[in-house]
Design a protein around this ligand. Structure first.
Ligand code: BGC
Length: 761
């Protein structure tokens, strides 16, 4: 096809009904359908998200068959911990380059679903429990990918927050929670990066399959957010294809082997599907194909060594230093250090499932440490299924532990612990969030004999640390560090690079502290998001739970001081646009230590006197800044109207509630030394009055208030300053329709009818 996008209407008009229907599903696992008669070629898509998984011959959507070599970057759990959109843009560019070089037109990622429960098996593929952080990082990543002339696929839209029953589970989420928690990351990326495609989720949302959800795929995504790209199904997410076309699902993947194409044709012929909907879908497929052609004509090359180096740099920034009682950094020559734990030799560096990349190289931490200090001794410490065949892996946990204890005696033991591959994967959820018992037993045994113990963790989503962290002098969380994660770990341990990651997910003391667990993973095909807005730190803060490490937390090898908060608020008026800055905040951050380091000042907003359910604080701004010793910088945040809004279910829109706004700036969600309260002036939103509006609601209403007061006559005194409090409370909460009967003499039914007519008019 040589068609420019402008020729597409003509092309669509030349297609037969059957050809149009055929364009709406794949030709195989990874390709769209070609129409040779009109010179329309097929294009290829491939996973994603943190590396290209292009399968050559055997095909599947679960990463079972091998794919072409590609750079495996840290997965999104780690990328989230960088809090660094500039770095995400560079990762995106590299991903885009590899995608283009391999003749693939769309990389299937990133995923911006929220980490509702720490147990979601796919949390390693998602950025955060916070929509702002996930949205900002994914926007930069998508821009980077698409800067290379290939597309991204923002997934999995929407409310795909568990793997249990994922192909059919009905996520029951209330409107406000959807708008404030589960949709904003998608919205930000759609508006800010214009992804070529969005991938709908497998699950149902409030009773309707995401793949045939008109409200999600058309009303919200296109009409409200202005999405102009193509919606593709997750692989096998289609239930009723005809309903999907009508709802705005353009492309079904993989191929339905003609089955659904025939159904589409039949539905159009029977008048059950508007052909205009089919034309719209075909148009979007052709637009995607047209966009992809330029890159296909000129496939790029990529420098595998440079991308490996980038993967290493990224991995140094994804790691989060959770604890350090002075054990880190190690001496630069690693003197007196022994390495224990199979994961040092056999890295756990990516998650299982469709995101599984065939890395161009793989560096282990053990090799990287030995490059610098060849004498460093090693013991595997525990049995690890994926390391079968490695020396020592034929022995038992007890035998390996005893050997490790001998090695660690009197030395600094660097222990590589984490989750074995089987513990977390696409397709199923975790059952608990603890380290394997053999890893904890190893730590305790080594602790008893070693001079110092440093724990290095490899896992794709948070593990509890409360039980064992006191036994470690330092803990470094690597997440799944990608193909160069081992080398990055060595650099961080030896202080060649300073840790700078911050937690993008809370580490609770106990899983049971997490409110979402009350409704996870649901039953009988349905899961109720009963905790509402209160996921992650929002929930832990709201119930006042202690945490092991809060959202936003991470140590460095230096310290920072926060000072000079200044807050300046403008008035919100009807003219204030969603993106207009209403509150300006500045704060000074100073490196108070003697090493260069990275601060990540974070701004949280709370609404202490709100009439609406609120988390105590919500992230509304952050920045990553490197400061030399003694250096100080003023950071500036602008809070927009939207930043200050909640989703009001009364008006089905974003509303700024006037009143006190608490501004807090600091190191993390629980260490916010700078605080100020500012009064935000904004128009009060009055819902239309009706007979079941309460006396209180009437009295607050600018039109209804005076009218009711007048009608109440002497009774109004019962609500005045001298009112009897209990009676006044009873009265204000009474729906006005009850007044005539329950408060005889207050207003008559006729007066009430008159009032209702007046406010309606
Ligand atoms: C996953 C998607 C993936 C697709 C193709 C599905 O199982 O949910 O994230 O892109 O397969 O492999």
């Amino acid at each position: 096809m040589t068609a420019a996008p402008t020729d597409i209407p003509r092309l669509v008009s030349e297609l037969t009904l059957e050809e149009k229907a055929s364009l709406c599903s794949g030709s195989d696992f990874w390709h769209t359908q070609a129409v040779e008669r009109l010179g329309i070629p097929a294009i290829m898509v491939a996973d994603g998200p943190h590396g290209l998984r292009k399968q050559a011959e055997e095909m599947d959507h679960l990463g079972v068959a091998r794919s072409v070599p590609a750079t495996c970057f840290p997965s999104a759990a780690g990328l989230g911990s960088t809090w660094d959109p500039d770095l995400m843009a560079r990762v995106g560019e590299a991903l885009g380059r590899e995608t283009r070089a391999n003749g693939v037109s769309v990389l299937l990622g990133p995923g911006v679903n929220m980490k509702r429960s720490p147990l979601c098996g796919r949390n390693f593929e998602y950025f955060s429990e916070d929509p702002l952080l996930a949205g900002v990082l994914a926007t930069a990543l998508v821009r980077g990918i698409q800067s290379q002339g290939v597309g991204a696929s923002l997934k999995h839209f929407a409310a795909n927050n568990q793997e249990t029953d994922r192909l059919r589970v009905d996520a029951q989420v209330d409107e406000r929670t959807l708008r404030e928690i589960y949709l904003p990351a998608f919205e930000r990326v759609v508006k800010g990066a214009k992804p070529w495609t969005v991938m709908c989720a497998y699950n149902k949302v409030n009773g309707t399959h995401a793949s045939e959800h008109h409200w999600l795929l058309t009303e919200v995504l296109r009409d409200e957010w202005g999405f102009e790209g193509l919606v593709v199904s997750d692989w096998g997410a289609v239930d009723d294809r005809v309903a999907g076309v009508a709802a705005g699902l353009d492309l079904e993947m993989p191929s339905s082997h003609g089955l659904n194409d025939a159904r589409i044709v039949a539905a159009v012929r029977a008048g059950e599907l508007d052909e205009a909907d089919l034309d719209a879908a075909a148009t979007r497929v052709l637009t995607l194909v047209a966009r992809a052609l330029a890159a296909q004509a000129e496939p790029a090359t990529f420098d595998a060594a440079a991308h490996h180096a980038l993967a290493r740099e990224v991995a140094t920034r994804t790691a989060v230093l959770l604890k350090n009682d002075g054990a880190l950094p190690l001496p630069t020559d690693a003197a007196g250090t022994v390495v224990i734990g199979e994961m040092a030799r056999t890295p756990r560096y990516q998650g299982a499932g469709s995101s599984q990349v065939n890395p161009t190289r793989l560096e282990s931490a053990l090799d990287a440490l030995r490059e610098r200090a060849p004498e460093v001794e090693f013991a595997p410490g525990y049995v690890l299924a994926e390391a079968a065949g490695q020396p020592g892996q034929d022995r038992t946990d007890e035998e390996l532990r005893a050997e490790a204890v001998d090695l660690a005696r009197g030395r600094t033991a660097v222990l590589f612990l984490g989750l074995p591959a089987i513990d977390e994967s696409e397709g199923y959820d975790r059952e608990h969030m603890d380290l394997p018992a053999s890893h904890v037993a190893l730590l305790r045994a080594v602790r008893a004999v070693a001079a110092k113990v440093v724990v290095v963790l490899s896992n794709g989503s948070a593990v509890t640390v409360a039980d064992w962290e006191p036994d470690a002098d330092a803990v470094l969380e690597l997440w799944l560090g990608g193909q160069a994660g081992g080398a990055a770990a060595a650099q961080l341990l030896l202080g060649e690079v300073d840790p700078s990651g911050r937690l993008a997910e809370s580490i609770p003391v106990r899983l049971a502290d997490v409110p979402a667990q009350l409704n996870f993973p649901g039953e009988r095909g349905s899961v109720r998001y009963g905790e509402g807005l209160f996921i992650g730190y929002r929930g832990l803060d709201a119930v006042g739970a202690e945490v092991s490490h809060p959202f936003g937390y991470g140590l460095t090898y230096t310290t920072f001081a926060y000072a000079d908060l200044s807050v300046d608020a403008a008035e919100v008026t009807d003219e204030t646009g969603d993106d207009d800055v209403v509150v300006r905040v500045t704060a000074r951050v100073t490196n108070a230590g003697d090493r260069t380091g990275v601060a990540v000042p974070q701004l949280y907003v709370g609404r202490p006197d709100s009439a609406f359910a609120r988390a105590p604080r919500e992230l509304r701004g952050f920045e990553r800044i490197e400061l030399t010793p003694g250096e100080s910088r003023v950071v500036e945040f602008g809070l927009t109207r939207r930043d200050l809004s909640h989703w009001d279910v009364g008006v089905h829109g974003w509303v700024v509630e006037p009143g006190a706004v608490e501004i807090a700036v600091g190191e993390n969600s629980r260490d916010l030394p700078l605080r100020a309260v500012v009064d935000v002036v904004a128009p009060v939103v009055h819902l239309p009055l009706h007979d079941h509006s309460t006396v209180g609601e009437w009295l607050e209403h600018p039109v209804g208030g005076p009218l009711l007061r007048e009608a109440l006559g002497g009774f109004a005194a019962l609500l005045g300053p001298d009112a009897e409090p209990a009676f006044a409370a009873f009265l204000v909460s009474l729906p006005v329709v009850k007044l005539p009967a329950m408060v005889p003499g207050s207003v008559s039914p006729e007066q009430l009818d008159g009032l209702l007519a007046e406010v309606a008019g």
